[in-house]
Design a protein around this ligand. Structure first.
Ligand SMILES: [Ca+2]
Length: 252
């Protein structure tokens, strides 16, 4: 039997799942370039020039450059490679720079990058998603659609904690009045509880195994209780059923 102090530090972060990673190729195929000029180019805004094998290759080059919104493609030659000039401007914003040049075509991204119109606060950066939406990637310590929410750490401390050994099924006990913290006392329901796993049902639910129900081992009294940092669907504690980014149990 050991006696020690347990400090629960629960870092709250309202998470937004990304919906899976889309490969760059798939991402590019979902975009469209429109040919908006034959025998014409946009000058004065070229940010890079490449030798490419096709207009698709040129489109790929543009896609890989976050500032690119259009490109000139040399398509009159039968021999390869062709010239690809990517630009950070559209012709409608500078018609004087849209000039006739035989053998070139001018393409524009169908959907403009709108990150310039998206405000990401507190050091967040706007990125365009494959589906065309924009999203702020927040700096550490911030969250929210525009990184406007500062994350906070919350922690509870339980003093006088006793964790029994395997013969007593790792029963957890707190001394009375040993709770201090700024998030709900979800350790309370675990007081004097044995540890339950799928193959060792020690909770107080007569017809259920809470480790099976909640997909996690814990010091259950009842299933789906106030707090469980091991849940398969993510930690929960007090009113935080979703959005806990990380949780730690520390011993000192
Ligand atoms: Ca049970």
């Amino acid at each position: 039997m050991w006696t020690f102090i347990v400090v629960l530090a629960v870092v709250i972060l309202i998470t937004e799942k990304c919906g899976g990673t889309t490969s760059q190729d798939v991402c590019i195929r979902k975009r469209f370039f429109l040919k908006k000029g034959q025998d014409a180019v946009l000058i004065n805004h070229v940010i890079a020039v490449y030798q490419v094998l096709s207009e698709i290759d040129c489109g790929h080059r543009c896609m890989r450059e976050s500032k690119c919104v259009s490109f000139n493609y040399e398509d009159h030659r039968t021999s390869l490679p062709h010239v690809c000039e990517i630009s950070d401007e559209r012709k409608q914003n500078d018609l004087q720079s849209f000039i006739a040049v035989d053998g070139f075509s001018y393409f524009e991204l169908k959907d403009p990058f709108l990150c310039n119109a998206v405000s990401c606060h507190n050091g967040g950066q706007c990125v365009e998603q494959c589906d065309g939406h924009r999203k702020c990637i927040c700096a550490e310590g911030y969250t929210g659609a525009h990184c406007e929410i500062r994350l906070s750490k919350v922690a509870n401390e339980y003093s006088g904690v006793t964790l029994d050994g395997p013969d007593d099924k790792y029963r957890l006990k707190f001394e009375p009045g040993g709770f201090h913290g700024n998030i709900g006392n979800c350790g309370g329901p675990s007081n004097w509880q044995y540890f339950t796993t799928r193959d060792s049902d020690n909770d107080e639910e007569p017809s259920k195994n809470c480790a099976t129900e909640d997909h996690a081992g814990w010091w259950y009294k009842a299933c789906s209780g106030c707090g469980n940092l091991n849940r398969q669907s993510g930690p929960k504690w007090d009113s935080w059923h979703i959005g806990i980014f990380s949780a730690e149990i520390k011993i000192r």
